[in-house]
Structure formats: structure tokens, C-alpha cells
Design a protein around this ligand. Structure first.
Ligand SMILES: [Fe+2]
Length: 158
């Protein structure tokens, strides 16, 4: 008689790839948060901030692509189907988050046009704060999911 056990492993390639992506994403988020905290709205600030937001949008696209390409786990998830369901729910948040970021970039680019008034820039800053809160919640939920997988005695793959 054999005993069949099902093991779910976290994808090691995924973990390796996301290290550099994560470092870069964290850096850009910190820079963008600092830029909007200044709220100086001089043209030089605006040009630098738009470029920064474009970099952040592109890095976010890479970040989501890595997560979606590699997946969070090697072999989802016979032993714990709820992990797969939660992973699907989190992945489904990516398009909305990315659209939010694209809309912020487009609004910031439009604000480079002459005679844009300060309230519009304040609106963009507020939208960016909302986006940051949503992204941070998403990332926190992903971290919780992976920790939960470890707590369920799930290993890391080679
Ligand atoms: Fe994600």
C-alpha cells in the first residue's frame, strides 16, 4: 500500500526572478512617493515625475508579467485548493491596478501641457496615493498567501 502525498512547492525560478524586479519596483515606488510628497509642481519637477511614473508603469507591467508567467507555486494545488483560488483572485487584481497606473501616467503627461492648474495636479497626487494603497494591500495579500503556504508545510522547489 502506498501513501500518496501532495506537495506544493513555491517556484524557485519565480523567487529568483522577482528579487531584482522587486528591488527595482520598491525603489521606483519610494521615489514616486517622495516626488508626490513634495507637491512642488514646478515644470522641472513635473517632467522628472512623469518620467518616473513611466518607469514605474513599465516596471509594474514586468512585475505582474513575472508573477503571471511563473505563478506563485510550482504545482498548484491539490492539497490546498484554496491557495489556488486565492492566487487566482490576486492575479485578477493585476489588470485593474495596471489600468490605474496607466491612467495616472496619462493624466500626468497631460499636465505637461501649458496652463494646467494646481488642483489637477493635486488630483493626480491623490489618485497616486489611492493607487499606492491598493497596490500595497495587493502585495501584502500575496505575501500572506505565500507565508500561509509555508505554514501549511509547503516547501520551496529547486
Ligand atoms: Fe501581484
Amino acid at each position: 500500500m502506498s501513501i500518496v502525498t501532495t506537495t506544493v512547492t513555491i517556484n524557485a525560478a519565480f523567487l529568483e526572478e522577482i528579487k531584482e524586479d522587486d528591488r527595482r519596483l520598491r525603489h521606483l515606488l519610494t521615489e514616486a512617493r517622495a516626488a508626490f510628497a513634495q507637491r512642488r509642481y514646478r515644470r522641472g519637477w513635473l517632467i522628472r515625475t512623469v518620467a518616473l511614473l513611466c518607469d514605474l508603469r513599465d516596471q509594474l507591467a514586468l512585475h505582474f508579467t513575472l508573477e503571471e508567467s511563473f505563478g506563485y507555486f510550482d504545482e498548484p494545488v491539490g492539497a490546498a485548493p484554496w491557495l489556488s483560488e486565492r492566487a487566482d483572485t490576486l492575479r485578477a487584481q493585476h489588470p485593474d491596478l495596471f489600468i490605474q497606473m496607466c491612467e495616472i501616467v496619462e493624466a500626468a503627461e497631460r499636465s505637461l501641457e501649458p496652463h494646467v492648474r494646481r488642483p489637477r495636479l493635486d488630483q493626480i497626487a491623490d489618485r497616486f496615493d489611492e493607487f499606492l494603497a491598493a497596490l500595497e494591500q495587493h502585495e501584502s495579500d500575496e505575501t500572506d498567501l505565500i507565508f500561509q503556504a509555508y505554514n501549511d508545510d509547503i516547501g520551496v522547489g529547486d
